[in-house]
Design a protein. Structure first.
Lengths: 251, 266
């Protein structure tokens, strides 16, 4: 970015809005917006609170389980839809509906079905993440060069070899994009699930802070959560770029 | 009444013709007929070109012989036995190379052997030998996107040679390669085939290429493809590549085929 002919470093936008936050926090004595520096201090304190650490462990467990399920079911389902027309006809419409549906509305029903606990949150994470993984895997499999598969067949690949040596690898960039988007959606699902269930993990803390107007802690928690989601997405993005290097010349 | 000189027996001709197709027809979904009653024999150790106007079903016929496509009618025989799926006695060279983009040249060339479960050291040794034969020594650890089109097709050829199939099926192998590279590649291919004693079925849309590289040229008619003529060319005995390209018989054959083909063009 350039401003008045000078190069502005990437971090500028971040710093700028943090400063705005700080000024707003200091000049106006609004309870909802404490100064940014106070939030940072709260962040640091929060990271040392046992209650927070417990909440993090519970949250990560639910998130990990939900994501693992979403990946383990989403990728094979996407491959199936990409290869078998009947499966695509049967499921395609529903995947497209769910990928853009406001799934938050379903969480109360999940709470009835799975109880007020980890199970509901795992299912919520799963439901938020799985559809985009299915859709992207499907798109990736559909775009695999037909001649690459013909090559495999002509050199005597078994059906299993065709899938594990060629198809999945050729579709890997799209699959990873799906997993990255799934992770971001999964974090959303996790937060929404925990907020609605409100008695486990970070949801419990959010509930506690906002009910007691502990805004510094509240914002600290929010920032940490945002950081986690972005960091995770960035990590997958890193793997993606490596894979794209090798798959870059698919034709 | 005494019989005259007996015609060659079925067995004898089967031995000479490594691949035979009988009554091959292909109708695609939607009713488009690509091929209509193709009968052909491909003599062992010879290079046969399939030539014809675009859309005449040359590639379709090649893929049916390869077992990649199913014929609507008719049979393909290799070594006298009927085939309908790909087999180890046939290897395919693809128009768009069909290399694995995330694998090195070495692994690409060894891929056919990898699928057959050949051990890593053994298959890499074989792969290195054929990489050297197609003139790509030193490029073993490169990736396909680091190579030019001509080099990529050399990888495709080495991969087909590495599985030691008797029959090479080549689908317009040089069409995605620039003109100068193509000439060099054609010469190298001919030299290579003299050593390897392969039977080659070669699809091309270039008359010059067909006459130059082939022992016989099969001319297909416009869709639905039928065998219009089989022309024995055998131009290679003339001499060096440059002598061939100036040879009268070569030029006449090219002209003869062009006169036959032009009736299909409108």
């Amino acid at each position: 970015m350039k401003l008045f002919g000078r190069r502005i470093p990437m971090m500028f936008s971040l710093v700028f809005w943090c400063v705005v936050w700080e000024i707003v926090g200091r000049t106006q004595d609004i309870l909802l917006v404490p100064p940014f520096t106070h939030v940072l201090v709260a962040c640091e304190e929060l990271l040392r609170t046992p209650k927070f650490l417990d909440a993090v462990v519970i949250t990560l467990k639910a998130f990990g389980a939900g994501m693992a399920l979403a990946i383990a079911i989403g990728i094979p389902l996407g491959v199936l839809m990409g290869r078998v027309e009947a499966a695509n006809r049967l499921l395609g419409m529903w995947v497209n509906v769910f990928v853009s549906a406001p799934l938050t509305a379903l969480v109360p029903i999940l709470m009835i079905l799975f109880g007020l606990g980890q199970a509901t949150i795992i299912v919520t994470v799963f439901l938020f993440a799985v559809w985009i993984i299915v859709l992207d895997t499907y798109a990736g499999v559909r775009h695999v060069s037909p001649s690459l598969l013909e090559m495999g067949r002509s050199f005597g690949a078994t059906r299993w070899q065709l899938y594990t040596r060629l198809l999945v690898w050729a579709a890997l960039p799209e699959i990873l994009a799906g997993v990255r988007l799934g992770l971001i959606r999964g974090v959303k699902g996790m937060v929404i699930g925990q907020l609605l269930v409100a008695i486990v993990g970070l949801g419990e803390l959010f509930e506690l802070y906002s009910r007691n107007f502990l805004m510094e802690e509240f914002w600290a928690l929010t920032i940490l959560l945002f950081g986690f989601a972005l960091g995770l997405a960035e990590l997958i993005g890193l793997v993606e770029r490596r894979v794209e290097f090798y798959a870059g010349t698919r034709s | 009444m005494a019989a005259g000189p007996s015609p060659p027996t079925e067995a004898a001709s089967a031995r000479a013709d490594i691949v035979r197709v009988q009554g091959i027809s292909k109708v695609y979904e939607g009713g488009i007929q690509a091929l209509d009653g193709i009968d052909l024999a491909f003599p062992e150790g010879k290079l046969t070109s399939l030539l014809g106007p675009s859309g005449c079903g040359k590639t379709t016929l090649l893929k049916i012989i390869a077992g990649l496509l199913e014929a609507s009618a008719g049979d393909v025989f290799v070594h006298g036995s009927k085939v309908s799926t790909p087999g180890p006695e046939r290897a395919f060279v693809f128009q768009d190379f069909a290399l694995i983009p995330w694998s090195t040249v070495l692994r690409n060339v060894a891929f056919g052997l990898e699928l057959r479960g050949v051990g890593k050291n053994e298959r890499n040794d074989v792969a290195r030998k054929y990489i050297a034969e197609v003139g790509l020594s030193g490029f073993e650890d490169r990736y396909p996107h680091e190579l030019s089109g001509g080099m990529r097709q050399r990888v495709g050829l080495a991969r087909a040679l590495a599985v030691n199939a008797d029959v090479l099926l080549m689908d317009e192998p040089f069409s995605a390669v620039d003109e100068q590279t193509r000439r060099k590649f054609q010469e190298d291919l001919i030299a290579l085939l003299d050593n390897e004693k392969k039977t080659v079925i070669f699809v091309t849309h270039s008359i010059e290429e067909a006459v130059y590289v082939s022992n016989q040229v099969v001319l297909l008619s416009r869709r639905p493809g039928r065998v219009a003529r089989v022309i024995r060319t055998d131009i290679r005995s003339v001499g060096t590549p440059d002598e061939i390209r100036r040879d009268k018989r070569y030029l006449d054959t090219v002209e003869e085929i062009w006169q036959m083909l032009r009736q299909y063009l409108t």
